[in-house]
Structure formats: structure tokens, C-alpha cells
Design a binder for this molecule. Sequence first.
Ligand code: UD1
Length: 418
Amino acid sequence: MDKFIIKGGFPLKGKLRVNGAKNATLPILAACLLTEGKSHLENVPCLTDIVTMCRVLEELGVKAERENKTVEVDSASLACWETPYDLVKLMRASILVLGPLLARCRRARVSLPGGCNIGARPVDLHLEGLRQLGASIEVRNGYIEARVKKNLQGANVYLDVPSVGATENIMFAATLAKGTTLIKNPSCDPEVIDVANFLKKMGAHIEGEGTDMLRIDGVKELFPASHSVIPDRIEAGTLLMAAVITKGEVILERISPDYLRIILDKLRQMGAEVDVDNYTVRVKGGDVLKPIGVKTLPYPGFSTDLQPQITTVVCLAEGTSTITETIFESRFTHIAGLKKMGAQIRREKAKVEVNGVSSLRRASVTAPDIRGGAALVLAGLAAEGMSEVKEINHVDRGYEKLEEKLSKLGARIERMRD
Ligand code: UD1
């Protein structure tokens, strides 16, 4: 397994472009199952999670060929409706093949998902939504077994929480269902909008993406399509926080600043200079970091995927900050590493209180999951001396060659075999 060796204390400076969004690419790859033929995807990030999803597709008999940032998915040869535990345990998003398989094959057998160790992550909303579209679903021996007798049937589905994955799975199934499906309280995440845009290019009839109600009028058939994935706002947010915590200045190009509104507001509140142009964001860290309050919420609220990283940044604020996690209550696996580096953090259930310190000290820490690992990398960039972050295979699931991006900005960071 690899590790990062980081010599902290160097302000990051420079311009970068971020990769395509992992959380849009994964469902778009799954959506390719809805048609027969070759779809063409661009701006696909090189991440282990994307490799895993391509393996899931290949296991189903589909060809997924990658060249640099492009992936061609030929789903004419779909031969199977079962996705085994060995693959699904690696990544929760594998569950996103459930809706497309049901729609195209009328049956699916998908292992219950694994993924990051950030707390209970049920799939009841996925299953309930698909049941409302007429599927009969049972969970047996760790597998979801789903069937539909004739056709999926459009229905009104209300989501108790605006789950990203459930919205996508139900939307997939509804594209080929008979009649109209209304998904009330769906996820409004930009990645869900990107997925809807891809489905529309395939011929799906979808309205209301990004609002509190999605309307999908089922069609008989979908067709292969070409699509370029939107930029990754989580990678962008992480790099901007790297600028702030090192008191540097970073410009991100070809990005959608609108999707970063909350994180930019929080960085401004902390004393950073923030300039926004149509497709560019510039952030310059201030000399003094002010404490803030953060509460994670469904989009457009503060993303839970940026919570570990902002927790690192407030460790160096002058005063006490509070971070409340409302999406995944036990998403605090990064705290042990931060404390080892000298952070003063007190956790009570889903809320942490961070008393800012004047500096973090070098340490050897272990990445607990994707974003928790990124949070520890940020701490290493700011700490005095040489730190190591071990088990960065977790980081590689969500960040493409993070060390190369950070090095381009002047960070002293190296990947080594542990
Ligand atoms: C997606 C993202 C992940 C992000 C999360 C929340 C992808 C591939 N992953 O994950 O990076 O952290 O959104 O923004 O897009 N829930 C239920 N029942 C369900 C489904 C979800 O109760 O059937 C709950 C979850 O426990 C959680 C909340 O809904 O509290 C949000 O989860 P969800 O939006 O479904 O997350 P994912 O789609 O798994």
C-alpha cells in the first residue's frame, strides 16, 4: 500500500483544472446499461472507484474501454443481471446498477453494498422506490433480489430524505417504465443534474432536475449517447481549502463557482479572499483564520464530503469552531489523526467543537476513508516538519494523483510504497 510523505509549511500557489466529478461519473457509467450500444464519456477521472465500476459493468458482460479521460461503454453484450459481493463490497455506488438492470433485464441480483466506513448507509429508499414502480424485491443472504413481471410502471415516489443514490436508481428505472413517475424530495445535487442531462441525451424524458420534484415520462427505448462529465466540486473544494490552510493562493479554472457557493462563503467567513468569475475561482488564504460554524446538509447545504477537510482547516483558526454532521453521523474517522497532530477537538455525538491551535505538529497518521484521508493530507501540508499519511489507497478512490496536483502548486509531497 502507498503512503504520502509531506513536508508541511509551504504556501500553495498556482492555477489548476480539476477532474471530472467521481459522483457524476459512477451513476453515468451505470446508466449506460439502459441502452444497447456504445456510449462515449469524456472528462472521466482516473480513480480506483471508476475502475471498480468498470469492473462491475464487465462482470455483467458489458465492454468498458478506457483511454486517458475517455471511456467507451458498449452495453450491447449485457449478458448477466448479477453483481457479486467481491466487487460491491469495494464501493457502495455499485448499487446504482440495480435500477438499470431491472429496467433492461426485468431482474437483478445485487449484493448489499460496502464502501467508506462512515456509518450506517441503508438502501431502504432505493428498494422502496423501485417497489413502487412495480418491482418485487427481497433481501436474502446479503443479496438484493429484484424482479418485475412485465413492465415497470410509473408511480409517485416520495423520498423521506433526498438521497443521491436513491434518486438516481429510481430515475434510471423510471426512464423505461410505462407512464409517468414523480420523485418528490429528490436530491438536487449537481451530479444528479448531470446524470439527468446524460439520460436526456439518451432519449429520456425528464423534467425538474435540480428542483424539489422530478418528473420522468417513461419511453420505450434509450439510445447510446456522448457526454462530458461536469467538474468535481469536492476535489475543487479540497484544493481551495489547501490554499487557505497553507496561506497560499490558488486559482481553479473551468469550474462552476455556483456549485461551490457554500464552501466559498465559509472560506470568506474565515478571512480568505475569494474572487469568482464565470468559470474561475481564486482563493487567497488570510494571515489569520477566523472560527466558523458548519452544519452538513443535503445540497445546496454544506456537503458532507467536505466536512472532514473543513474540520482540518478550523483546527488552525483563532477561536472555537463547531462542526455538525447531519448526513452520516459517524463521519468523524479523521479526528484521531488530527488529534495526533495536535488538534484540540471534542466530539459529542454528531457535533464536534474545535479549539483552534497555533500550529499542527508532524505525525504518522493513517487515512481512514476517502475524504478523511484528504483531511489528513491538508493537515500534513500545514504542519511543521515531515508527516506521513498511510493507506492512501482510500484517497486514490476519490482523488486522481492528488500528490501531482498539490506538487504543481508547490507542495512538498511524495508518494512512497509503505
Ligand atoms: C452520495 C455520494 C457520497 C455523499 C452522499 C451524500 C455518490 C457515488 N456518493 O452517496 O459521496 O457523501 O451522496 O451527499 O454519489 N439514506 C437512507 N436510505 C437510503 C439511502 C440513503 O436512509 O436508502 C440516508 C443515508 O444514510 C444518509 C442520507 O440518506 O444519511 C444521504 O445518503 P445518500 O444521498 O443516499 O448517499 P449516497 O448516494 O450513498
